[in-house]
Design a protein around this ligand. Structure first.
Ligand SMILES: Cc1ncc(COP(=O)(O)O)c(C=O)c1O
Length: 506
């Protein structure tokens, strides 16, 4: 840490004002200060309700742009006293609200270390090496193989975008167009096929890629909420006959509402028979392939063209880590032209004599990604897999599938509860129905269940989310947190019953 103006007077006489002097040493002292508050936070004490205390922390934090720095201690004090104790408790055992969770400890530490020593994923360094190694591990673990192209991304939204850019490239090149160079306008009447369960980010990707959201064709679903393959075949054939260009068929492995997995193998066959790309959005459920109970639903993952998957979901690495895994790595790179800048560009052929890590990009290729400068996100994925291995991931996924099945079992056994969607992965959709009330679609039941959800969350023990399934408002736990056990799933059902009974008595 540097101190006063006097101390900063350099030999050239140049004065650095003390307020510019960010602390660049003294890491141990700084980190030690936040450890105890962080440990306390990770115990998720009862009654901590950051949203309820909003006025307090907003008042404490809402200061004008500092013209003069307040120094490192002021920052550490604010972290300790306000930010950490009011942190978002999405890793608490009873949290099943979102399909994201907090990182477990080792990947979190790897993320911190990486922010210092792997601040750039390109250029030869262990961070760069582990970025590429971890990417191949994820592909191998999920059945796509270790030699695919692609990249870690900021999350599932960008992973889907990168995969669909490759699909666009594939569709264009089949008709002699290079969309990366010439734009999407050269693809006549592009069409992309997915069911209504597709996550919104899939549609957004079509807009960003210039295919347009209107390119989306909705595949009807069968009674199990999976893509109706006969309908898909007929839609493709009709569109091809009408002169449209099918760009991609998207299967979802793990719908965010119900966890349903589309018939991936059958959709792939239909797509490939017509020369069309098969993309899987497995941002949430890609990891389900590890569990034997649902493994057959995924079919042969080595034959799909691309997979979007989120290590920052079930793998519990720090948020900001998705993966776009594309079977044809060369095509994937062609889909993301970044030109040939006259800086930062290395011709691999000229690199026979490397004298410094800054003479080469290292492993992998910066040409496979939308962003350029980024930390080596793969360091956290490497840490997670090195710590618990594939078997650890399999056990975690299995436990969470058990949680969803346990909820379903308890729901089936109680006539005040209705199972609205049978769990496939780690989601279970159900609702509270007071004794003697019919189970049809009913605005009154929707309103009651909205109130039940609110009441359960307010009690703090369990925090599920909601979805609308078959036109019914349902309570939707999605179990992905490394702290979450069967007892937490059981507690959720008890909480719903307690709140539901209380509300229906009133
Ligand atoms: C199936 C699916 N696709 C895409 C996304 C978007 O991923 P992200 O939030 O990491 O951008 C999600 C997020 O929940 C998802 O569940």
């Amino acid at each position: 840490m540097t101190g006063t103006v006097e101390e900063n007077e350099s030999s050239t006489g140049y004065l650095r004002p003390s307020t510019e002097a960010a602390m660049t040493t003294g890491l141990t002292a700084a980190v030690e200060q936040v450890l105890e508050p962080l440990e306390a936070f990770l115990r998720f004490p009862d009654g901590a309700d950051p949203a309820g205390r909003r006025s307090l922390w907003r008042t404490a934090l809402n200061e004008p742009l500092p013209q003069q720095g307040q120094g490192p201690q002021a920052v550490l004090d604010a972290l300790n006293e306000v930010v950490i104790p009011n942190g978002l408790r999405i890793g608490a055992p009873g949290f099943s609200g979102w399909i994201t969770t907090m990182p477990s400890v080792v990947p979190a530490v790897a993320g911190f270390v990486g922010s210092l020593v792997a601040a750039q994923r390109w250029y030869a360094s262990p961070g760069n090496f582990l970025e590429v190694l971890a990417f191949s591990w994820v592909g191998e673990m999920l059945g796509m193989g270790a030699t695919c192209g692609g990249t870690f991304t900021s999350g599932g939204a960008v992973a889907n975008l990168v995969c669909l850019a490759a699909a666009r490239q594939h569709a264009g090149e089949r008709i002699g167009v290079d969309p990366a160079e010439q734009g999407a306008a050269g693809i006549p009447r592009p069409r992309v096929y997915a069911t209504a369960s597709l996550h919104d980010v899939g549609v957004r990707a079509l807009s960003v890629l210039g295919l347009g959201a209107a390119a989306m064709r909705t595949i009807p679903m069968d009674r199990d909420r999976r893509a109706d393959c006969a309908a898909l075949s007929a839609m493709l054939d009709a569109d091809i006959a009408a002169g449209c260009t099918p760009v991609a068929v998207i299967a979802t492995s793990g719908d965010v509402r119900t966890g349903t997995i589309d018939p991936i193998d059958a959709m792939r066959t239909i797509a490939h028979d017509r020369g069309v790309w098969l993309h899987v959005d497995g941002a949430y459920g890609g990891f389900g392939v590890l569990d034997e109970r649902v493994r057959p639903r995924y079919g042969d993952m080595s034959k799909i063209d691309s997979l979007a998957v989120d290590p920052h979901k079930w793998m519990a690495v720090p948020l900001g880590c998705g993966a776009a895994i594309v079977r044809d790595g060369a095509l994937q790179q062609r889909s993301l032209v970044i030109g040939r800048p006259d800086f930062h560009h290395f011709d691999p052929a000229s690199l026979a004599d490397v004298g410094s890590p800054f003479d080469e990009f290292g492993e992998g290729s910066p040409y496979s990604s939308v962003d350029f400068s980024a930390r080596a996100r793969g360091l956290t994925v490497w840490a997670a897999l090195k710590e618990i291995g594939v078997e650890g991931m399999r056990a975690r996924v299995g436990r969470h599938l058990d949680c969803a099945r346990r909820v379903a079992e308890l729901v089936r056994a109680d006539d005040r509860l209705e199972l609205v969607a049978e769990p496939e992965l780690s989601i279970c959709c159900f609702r509270y129905v007071p004794s003697g009330v019919g189970r049809d679609v009913s605005p009154a039941l929707d309103t009651l269940n909205e109130a039940v959800l609110k009441g359960v969350r307010a009690r703090g023990r369990c925090v599920p989310s909601s979805a609308v399934v078959d036109d019914k408002f349902v309570i939707r736990p999605a179990f992905v947190g490394p702290n979450t056990e069967i007892a937490d799933a059981e507690a959720l059902v008890s909480e719903v019953l307690a709140v539901g009974d209380e509300l229906s008595r009133r």
